[in-house]
Design a binder for this molecule. Structure first.
Ligand code: FES
Length: 102
């Protein structure tokens, strides 16, 4: 059973960047993009690096360890050596709070 969990106040998000949050015991990454907020698992599915320490540009997060890349809108792997889509989560804003469906 999934439920919306509070992640972080919108005002505390890193504008145009990636923010590390914890929701329901899960470490997640929230991405502030030109087309809204998106969320994924914080740890890279290639080798477990923390994507929140990576380089974020528009809609693509680049992993800090081997520079694998993912499109945060759909999770798709868009740069080697990442091959599997990353786990993504639905995001919404309620009363100034970013919430994630986990
Ligand atoms: Fe992220 Fe290898 S750990 S690309």
């Amino acid at each position: 059973e999934k439920a919306w969990g509070d992640a972080i106040p919108v005002a505390e998000l890193e504008k145009g960047w990636v923010t590390r949050v914890k929701v329901g015991g899960r470490l997640l990454a929230i991405y502030d993009t030109p087309s809204g907020l998106f969320a994924s698992a914080a740890l890279c599915n290639h080798g477990g690096a923390d994507l929140c320490d990576g380089y974020f540009d528009g809609h693509v997060i680049e992993c800090p360890l081997h520079q694998g890349a993912f499109d945060v809108r759909n999770g798709r792997a868009v740069g080697a050596p990442a091959v599997r889509a990353m786990l993504t989560y639905e995001v919404r804003v309620e009363g100034g709070m970013v919430q994630v469906l986990v």
